[in-house]
Design a protein around this ligand. Structure first.
Ligand SMILES: Cc1ncc(COP(=O)(O)O)c(C=O)c1O
Length: 357
């Protein structure tokens, strides 16, 4: 199968082999060495002097962890959103008692940093700002550098969902003034679902000390304390840690700048392939993502049967639209273990099913 959804992504063979390794004691020397090694390597990719915390959970767990460690009930939160994952971040903040003001942008458009600036000027009581770096539901990458500069200028705390960007799209966390950044193993990292990696900078840690939300499994301070001792508070998904070490070998061998350049190439290649078929992109092309492409379903096309035919007859697995985009777009994932030949396979199948010449 040519699995081209925006996560889980295919894993290289050596990563799958690592998943088959026998278990080790998660409180023993092998795990200690593995964890120490992973944390140093992830820090380099996050480009941070802060700390990396690895939780056994999906990406959403990492988003909840970021919030419960930095938010106190009643805090004013500015939730900047241009898609369903941005909306999810807002919902989590609300669930934990945040007083959430949503700053929403039309789906397919990017976040406007000037509007973020205005919202912060209009309400100085805002404490936290939530933003999605790469909005997977609409295939839009937001200008995190500009948003980070605005948020820091106003001295607010910036929490970033980088679940479908980090490791594929450049995100120098410290340079861009991001305080807490979340990513998920099943995306650019080329390993199975099950780990959320959370990067926490110094301002993030200060907020952790002050915040009063209840937390137990997600406690950043407990995780840091345990990790410093080469352990995690609770039993980790050891196999995925093994896999991540092997995937990082591949990322480091290619070199992060080359990995980022390959994703930029894949994004452009996919968009061109789609347009060459006479199809149109859902988002504005100026903000189109390099990890996922959203395509408008041509008039009269029923997306669900179309995706079924692609899968059953051509072995190509694409994703549909989420929320209000269900039935009107389909999405092609091109992150992680991907090259031009994979996209050629997608284009060939699309051509056959859509009857394009
Ligand atoms: C931008 C973004 N945020 C959050 C999530 C949720 O991650 P998970 O499904 O691992 O909880 C995803 C997953 O698709 C995502 O792409």
């Amino acid at each position: 199968m040519n699995l081209r959804i925006p996560g889980p992504t295919p894993c290289p063979p050596q990563v799958l082999e690592a998943m088959a390794r026998q278990m080790v004691n998660h409180r023993g020397p092998e795990f200690k060495a593995l964890l120490k090694d992973l944390l140093a390597r992830l820090k380099a990719i996050a480009q941070t002097e802060g700390d990396i915390l690895i939780f056994t959970c999906s990406g959403t767990g990492g988003m909840e962890a970021a919030l419960v460690n930095t938010l106190s009930p009643g805090d004013r939160v500015l939730s900047v959103t241009n898609g369903s994952f941005g909306d999810r971040f807002a919902r989590i903040a609300e669930a934990f008692g945040g007083q959430v003001q949503k700053l929403s942008f039309e789906w397919g458009n990017p976040v406007d940093p000037k509007a973020v600036k205005k919202a912060l000027e209009d309400d100085p009581s805002i404490k936290l700002v939530l933003v999605t770096h790469n909005e997977t539901s609409t295939a839009v990458t937001n200008d995190l550098e500009a948003i980070g500069a605005v948020v820091r200028e106003h001295e607010k705390l910036l929490l970033v969902d980088a679940i479908s960007s980090m490791g594929a799209i450049d995100l120098p966390m410290d340079k861009w003034f991001c305080d807490v950044v979340v990513t998920g193993s099943q995306k650019s990292w080329m390993v199975p679902p099950g780990l959320a990696m959370v990067a926490v900078g110094p301002r993030g840690w200060k907020a952790v000390q002050e915040a009063r939300s209840a937390r137990f499994y997600w406690d950043f301070q407990a995780m840091k304390r345990f990790q410093e001792n080469g352990e995690t508070p609770f039993t980790p998904a050891i196999s995925i840690y093994f896999a991540l070490a092997v995937a990082l070998d591949a990322i480091e061998k290619e070199g992060l700048p080359n990995v980022i350049a390959r994703h930029a190439r894949m994004g452009a290649y996919t968009r061109k392939a789609v347009k060459d078929l006479g199809l149109t992109l859902f988002p504005k092309e100026s903000c189109a993502s390099n990890t996922v492409t959203a395509v408008n379903a041509p008039d009269g096309l029923e997306v669900k049967p179309f995706l079924r035919t692609l899968r059953d007859q051509h072995g190509v697995v694409l994703a549909g639209g989420q929320g209000k985009l269900d039935g009107s777009i389909f999405r092609i994932g091109h992150l992680g273990f991907v090259n031009e030949a994979d996209i050629d396979g997608v284009a060939k199948a699309l051509r056959a099913v859509l009857g394009r010449s």
